[in-house]
Design a protein around this ligand. Structure first.
Ligand code: PHE
Length: 352
């Protein structure tokens, strides 16, 4: 899609664009809203078919961050950075790119604060912070940061799964329930551990073949090929990889009763919320379920929470937000996605 069209259709504030010629990368920083506070959101680094696909991803992801913070009432706005890289980058080139990117974040002077996302780690945040500090969350613990945001995201997703179980079966326990986890990365892997420990049965997949060997010793966990994941009969489907996985092609194949996962932008299109509802599948809106990493990272680094405190607050917050979303959706006869948007929009409107 054309740049003008993308920006015209976007309801956000500002986009910063840079072509990084030494690496061949494109950098887009999308600042969707600063209404509730400075824009915060991770840096996603991966190859894209073309720069406009990268921009489009940044625009959509940044909006998701706005709603993510608005629902629980956190004083931050939504932003996201996408670094579209050529498929192979040598380590020194990647490092230098991260430093230049950090310089750019620094120049923005706090308008946008970054963190890890798909394709970046806490080590990368250390690199970025060497020039971008103090506008970087989730650096390594050794560097004084909160470390990976994956485990805290998983805590929130696990809480969302329990609330979904409560809504479906009247009890929150996942014991004996079958959960399909898509993606065994920084969130998915920890989520699978939690599910197994709580007595759930897990089917999982990952595009990385080596993930198949994880959980080898756990009889409760079975690996399936990536494409097979949609049609596995289960109680709950937890997308924890990339976005756009719920669409008109996959939704008819689903054999689950609920969807609750950690990936951002799970719906390919807003109409997919209606498709899920029409099939009687309960959907935990992604940004409601996956706020944990951001909430804990910010809480630990900006408010001095301990990790245990952060995990407790994440679980409590996701539980109460999601219960509220499910109640509102039932009361107003709308999709859970619409209900969550209403809660977020109300918060944004009252911020004036
Ligand atoms: N990638 C995280 C998300 O999508 C962003 C984040 C992590 C923000 C940690 C702040 C701190 O929510």
């Amino acid at each position: 899609m054309e740049l003008e069209t993308l920006l015209e259709r976007w309801d956000g504030e500002t986009v910063v664009a840079r072509r990084d010629s030494p690496s061949g990368a494109w950098i887009f920083i999308a600042i969707h809203s600063t209404r509730l506070g400075p824009a915060v959101g991770g840096t996603r680094m991966r190859p894209y078919p073309d720069p406009s696909a990268a921009l489009q991803d940044a625009l959509r992801l940044s909006a998701g961050m706005t709603y993510k913070f608005a629902v629980p009432g956190l004083p931050y706005g939504g932003g996201k950075a996408v670094i579209a890289v050529p498929s192979r980058l040598d380590a020194p080139v990647r490092d230098a790119l991260l430093r230049r990117y950090g310089g750019l974040v620094h120049q923005l002077g706090g308008l946008y604060r970054t963190a890890p996302d798909v394709g970046t780690t806490s080590d990368d945040m250390d690199r970025i912070a060497e020039t971008g500090a103090p506008f970087v969350f989730a650096r390594t613990v050794a560097a004084g940061g909160a470390g990976s945001s994956g485990p805290a995201t998983a805590v929130g997703v696990f809480a969302a799964i329990q609330v979904a179980c409560e809504q479906l079966h009247g009890e929150a326990s996942v014991e004996g329930r079958h959960v399909v986890v898509q993606g065994a990365g920084s969130v998915g892997q920890v989520l699978i551990e939690k599910l197994l420990a709580a007595g759930a049965r897990v089917t999982f997949t990952d595009v990385d073949e080596s993930a198949a060997h994880r959980f080898r010793g756990s009889p409760g966990a079975v690996f399936v090929e990536p494409e097979a994941v949609y049609s596995v009969e289960c109680d709950l489907f937890a997308p924890c990889a990339l976005g756009g996985v719920l669409d008109e092609r996959t939704i008819p194949r689903l054999r689950c009763r609920a969807v609750a996962g950690g990936a951002n932008n799970q719906l390919a299109d807003p109409a997919d919320a209606d498709r899920l509802r029409a099939r009687g599948i309960l959907y935990a809106p992604d940004y409601v379920a996956n706020v944990g990493g951001a909430m804990a990272g910010i809480g630990i680094e900006a408010s001095g929470w301990t990790r245990a405190e952060a995990e407790r607050k994440v679980a409590e917050s996701v539980e109460s937000s999601l219960r509220r979303v499910f109640r509102l959706a039932e009361r107003d006869g709308v999709t859970t996605d619409t209900a969550a948007r209403r809660i977020a929009d109300e918060r944004l409107a009252s911020a004036g």
